[in-house]
Design a protein around this ligand. Structure first.
Ligand SMILES: NC(=O)c1ccc[n+]([C@@H]2O[C@H](COP(=O)([O-])OP(=O)(O)OC[C@H]3O[C@@H](n4cnc5c(N)ncnc54)[C@H](OP(=O)(O)O)[C@@H]3O)[C@@H](O)[C@H]2O)c1
Length: 268
């Protein structure tokens, strides 16, 4: 499979790294980006072909990945649209841009939309995939192969569900980083030095996440396992519940979904 990336920024780099890691040949990947340094860095690291402008090299791609910011996507799609092969799959990773706009901007029907997240940068991503009405089994397979190179990839059946994924694994790493920041600052105040507080906070979250992932128990039961009546954990949980910790998370998710819907309106 030959892949053309339109945009060679952070996400494109993460996906290219994932593909090459899985044995994909850098020579089968071409990247269009206006920045010469970025093109050179990608070429040096992964052996990909850097391109400054659109051309018939795009028509050799089986999969065209749109990896620019949403604000410039319409213009970027317009530059490459005429070169995309009729049988190629267009995979957009831009947040908030629906398949209808993508089909209109590219003049192409084989559209798959994807919402990746930043843990993709270390191969631990979660990507939600949504197939447009003109996408077939081959499009789905190509898109899934690429996104699985940077972590888990799962299909959603309606575009509406993308808002839910945005509020979960899409934006959620930021909620977790805020929790990590709060925990490590508190551990410092409790007596740890900065480096120790950082590693204690990370160990807390990664250990708990692994235990939850490998357990059949629900989250409440897992919490009960560490919480003896009158003990240290019970006191800590009482403080979190008194501050309506779960209520705050609920507010964050609602705000995120609302903003995601607003953004979707912008790119109709
Ligand atoms: N980062 C995330 O956590 C995340 C998560 C999910 C989805 N996404 C989506 O992934 C997409 C890319 O995000 P990113 O973080 O990788 O952005 P980024 O680092 O800014 O990369 C985008 C690249 O595209 C280049 N570009 C601009 N116009 C172009 C054009 N007409 N043709 C080709 N390249 C062009 C930019 O160059 P200049 O900088 O010179 O303009 C930049 O190098 C966005 O749509 C975003 O919504 C990102």
């Amino acid at each position: 499979m030959k892949v053309a990336f339109i945009g060679g920024g952070n996400m494109a780099r993460a996906i290219i790294a994932g593909l090459c890691d899985k044995g994909f040949a850098g020579g089968d990947i071409a990247v269009k980006d206006p920045n010469e340094d970025k093109r050179a860095a990608l070429a040096a690291r992964f052996g990909v072909e850097g391109r400054a402008s659109a051309g018939d090299w795009i028509s050799r791609a089986d999969l065209v990945v749109l990896a620019v910011k949403p604000q410039v996507l319409e213009a970027a799609a317009g530059e490459v649209a005429r070169w995309i092969a009729p049988s190629a799959t267009v995979l957009s990773i831009a947040a908030g841009v629906g398949v209808e706009a993508l089909a209109r901007w590219t003049g192409h029907a084989h559209i798959v939309r994807c919402l990746p997240n930043t843990p993709a940068m270390v191969g631990a991503g979660y990507s939600a995939l949504f197939a447009g009405p003109g996408a077939d089994a081959r499009d789905r397979e190509r898109a899934q192969t690429v996104m699985q190179s940077v972590g888990e990839a799962a299909w959603v059946q309606s575009e509406e569900q993308m808002h839910v994924v945005t509020a979960g694994p899409g934006s959620g790493p930021a909620y977790v980083f805020l929790f990590l920041q709060g925990l490590s600052e508190a551990l410092e105040r409790a007596g740890a030095d900065k480096a120790q507080a950082r590693s204690l906070a990370i160990a807390t979250v990664s250990g708990a996440a692994r235990l939850a992932a490998q357990s059949e128990s629900d989250f409440e039961a897992l919490r009960a396992m560490v919480t003896s009546k009158g003990g240290t954990t019970a006191r800590a949980i009482e403080a979190l519940e008194a501050g309506d910790f779960r209520g705050l998370i609920d507010q964050a998710v609602r705000a995120c979904v609302a903003r995601s819907r607003e953004m979707a309106e912008t790119y109709r």
